[in-house]
Ligand binder design. Structure first.
Ligand code: CA2
Length: 161
């Protein structure tokens, strides 16, 4: 699990290329520590550990990256294309409702992606009901808590074969 602080991204597994990239947007580094009534008590590190175990059991390397910065998320997406990442799972956080540039980057690299939201964005404030990502996503999972990440991973693994 790496954080977008400008440090070199770490890969999971010795010299093996990650095929799936999990991206987490702003404030999701607070998971498990704040607002547990909405987002639960599972941390981002826990989510990564669960996903990594599930992916490695299928022989697939996975990498996770969180950033509070729109530009860092875009840079990570562009780098993913050069690295040969084949699938992205993304929870864009509040950028879901405001960013044009991140979905543009995803379309630009043409890497298939699944959008995940922990909460049911349609049961919350009206400004959360629209996501700029959804029209370009393979699929969208929302409202199932952190289990949504595991479900997205299973769908990605099915598609990677
Ligand atoms: O439900 C989701 O996963 C969201 O993407 C989470 C975003 C929110 O802006 C979206 O509308 C829906 C917020 C992420 C903030 O995460 C926190 C986690 C713990 C404590 C505070 C914020």
């Amino acid at each position: 699990m790496s954080k977008g602080t400008g440090t070199k991204t770490q890969r999971d597994g010795a010299n093996r290329k990650a095929r799936i990239l999990v991206l987490h947007g702003p404030n999701l580094n607070l998971l498990g520590r704040r607002e547990p009534e909405i987002y639960g008590r599972t941390s981002l590190a826990d989510i990564h550990a669960t996903m990594e175990a599930r992916a490695l059991a299928r022989g697939v390397q996975i990498e996770s990256f969180q950033s509070n910065s729109e530009g860092e998320l875009i840079d990570r997406i562009q780098a993913a294309a050069a690295e040969g990442i084949e699938f992205i799972i993304i929870n864009p956080g509040a950028y879901s409702h405001s960013s044009i540039a991140i979905p543009d980057a995803l379309r630009g690299v043409a890497i298939p992606f699944i959008e995940v939201h922990i909460s049911n964005i349609h049961a919350r404030e009206a400004f959360r009901h629209h996501s700029h990502f959804s029209a370009s996503a393979i699929g969208v999972i929302c409202g199932l808590g952190v289990e949504g990440y595991a479900l997205a991973l299973d769908a990605a693994l099915t598609r990677l074969g």
